[in-house]
Design a protein around this ligand. Structure first.
Ligand SMILES: NC(=O)C1=CN([C@@H]2O[C@H](COP(=O)(O)OP(=O)(O)OC[C@H]3O[C@@H](n4cnc5c(N)ncnc54)[C@H](OP(=O)(O)O)[C@@H]3O)[C@@H](O)[C@H]2O)C=CC1
Ligand SMILES: CC(=O)N[C@@H](CCC(=O)OP(=O)(O)O)C(=O)O
Length: 342
């Protein structure tokens, strides 16, 4: 069954990565490609790595252009998806790679995004408890943020198994593509190269409520999250170092067993052998997630570290994986766990 897919935001980083994956997906025919300021430009000029699409011209993002497809991917800035989505019919699968439909709590949305909450869609992180069931047959998918993907996958097994106290500390380094393609002064090469810097410190980053939502659901009780993002001098990748105080009686063996149970059968999650640690280079361009977990017996903490490619598993790969589940395709279709090294 070939499915015709439109991509809105095809000139951006997330849209470009999505197209790279869709070109390798055996059941997808690529339909309309749209943008905003770059409408009218050829994709060859905007995404020169996507050679098979070089002659395709970007169109305006309008309901007319996006209609007539089986799947519409929205890779638009926050707050732009809802108005487009409401004009697409209920029979179209709409996959939103922005934040508009990720949060359940309208007050959280308003606090962190500063606009009216548009609603909540099934959440595109299949590896969460009950994650696949929520996506099967769904016509709407909210793809998670890149940091919440990395952090949730790192800590959910500890919370689901009742091993951790409900106070998580997450420090994550991201490559610069996480900030999108639009020029920003703090992302100039001379600002980023050779330096690492924190931002969004003190509970103000908009991914904090999304992490709280995911960890709280796994724990079955509210979990507080102290999240500190940092910018790293690399184009792609997230390394999330996450920890929480261990509950009484927790041992290195019980922690390891919980992660092996949670992820033993997951196609994209690689719980590394003991003694090996995740690295962003190992998941570059792949939908894989590397995870390692340790029990610090002196500090009484569980430390879980994950590495993802922010553009692949953190956005476009997660979108394709969730689409596959929604449409009844094999979950791994069009996706790879093979990275690029060195
Ligand atoms: N980059 C990442 O690692 C991740 C990104 N995401 C999400 O994906 C979405 C896109 O991010 P990203 O690709 O990084 O951003 P970019 O800035 O690279 O791309 C934004 C895209 O949206 C288009 N666009 C901008 N304004 C409008 C508008 N008003 N109406 C329609 N289209 C518009 C742009 O078109 P044009 O260029 O023609 O102006 C461009 O194609 C965001 O919601 C982001 O949160 C999610 C997880 C990770
Ligand atoms: C390095 C960097 O700036 N990263 C972005 C997160 C990117 C992302 O995945 O988040 P959304 O999908 O919610 O945009 C940030 O911190 O705002």
């Amino acid at each position: 069954m070939t499915v015709r897919a439109a991509v809105a935001g095809a000139s951006g980083y997330a849209g470009g990565e999505l197209l790279r994956l869709l070109l390798a997906h055996p059941e997808i025919e690529i339909g309309a490609l749209t943008g905003n300021s770059n409408a009218g430009q050829s994709l060859g000029a905007l995404q020169p790595h996507l050679l098979p699409l070089a002659d395709r011209v970007l169109r305006e993002t309008t309901p007319d252009v996006l209609s007539g497809h089986d799947v519409v991917f929205l890779a638009l800035p926050h707050g732009q998806s809802a108005a487009v989505a409401e004009q697409l019919g209920p029979d179209v699968l709409v996959v939103d790679m922005g934040a508009d439909f990720r949060l359940k709590d309208a007050a959280d949305w308003e606090k962190f995004y500063g606009s009216a909450h548009a609603g909540t869609w099934p959440y595109g992180l299949p590896e969460l408890p009950g994650g696949r069931a929520a996506l099967e047959g769904s016509q709407r998918i909210a793809v998670p943020g890149c940091y919440p993907t990395a952090a949730s996958l790192a800590l959910v097994p500890a919370y689901a198994a009742g091993l951790a106290e409900p106070e998580a500390v997450i420090v994550a380094a991201s490559g610069t593509s996480g900030a999108g393609k639009a020029p920003k002064p703090h992302l100039l090469g001379s600002e980023v190269m050779g330096s690492m810097s924190p931002y969004g410190v003190g509970g103000v980053h908009r991914h904090t409520p999304e992490m709280i939502q995911n960890l709280g659901a796994a724990a079955g009780e509210p979990v507080t999250v102290s999240f500190t993002p940092t910018l790293a001098p690399m184009p792609r990748g997230i390394l999330a170092t996450c920890s929480a105080k261990a509950r009484d009686g927790v041992t290195a063996e019980s922690v390891r067993a919980a992660y092996e149970k949670a992820y033993g059968d997951e196609p994209f999650i690689h719980l590394l052998p003991e003694g090996q640690w995740p690295s962003t280079a190992s998941v570059y361009g792949s939908n894989a997630v590397q995870i390692q977990v340790a029990h610090d017996a002196t500090a009484h903490r569980i430390i879980a570290i994950s590495a993802i490619d922010n553009l692949t598993k953190g956005t476009a790969g997660g979108a394709v994986q969730s689409m596959n589940i929604a449409l009844g395709f094999p979950e791994e279709l069009g996706l790879t766990t093979i990275g690029v090294a060195p």
